[in-house]
Design a protein around this ligand. Structure first.
Ligand SMILES: [Zn+2]
Length: 88
């Protein structure tokens, strides 16, 4: 599964972009990081655990409302298809 290239700072909720190496490590499903173990948020100056960033813990995901809407639309389309098939 493709992981997000962006993540949210757990301290100040700023949207930050992962460095290339962290993205690659995340794609590889890495459970360790090379170099420094924390990253400093450019917005609030707090340190963020790099392993959590790599593992997608702070990835930006669809909000609950968007996810629910997608499910409703999918079910709606399926019902429509089934209804059309039953008319044949
Ligand atoms: Zn921050």
């Amino acid at each position: 599964m493709k992981k997000s290239a962006q993540f949210r700072c757990p301290h100040c909720k700023s949207v930050l972009t992962k460095c290339e190496m962290d993205q690659v490590l995340g794609e590889a499903g890495s459970f360790m990081v090379f170099g420094q173990s924390t990253e400093i948020c450019p917005a609030c100056g707090n340190s963020i655990d790099r392993l959590s960033i790599v593992n997608g813990k702070y990835d930006i995901k669809d909000s609950a409302i968007v996810s629910t809407l997608k499910v409703i639309i999918t079910i709606g389309v399926l019902i429509l298809i089934i209804a059309l098939l039953n008319h044949c």
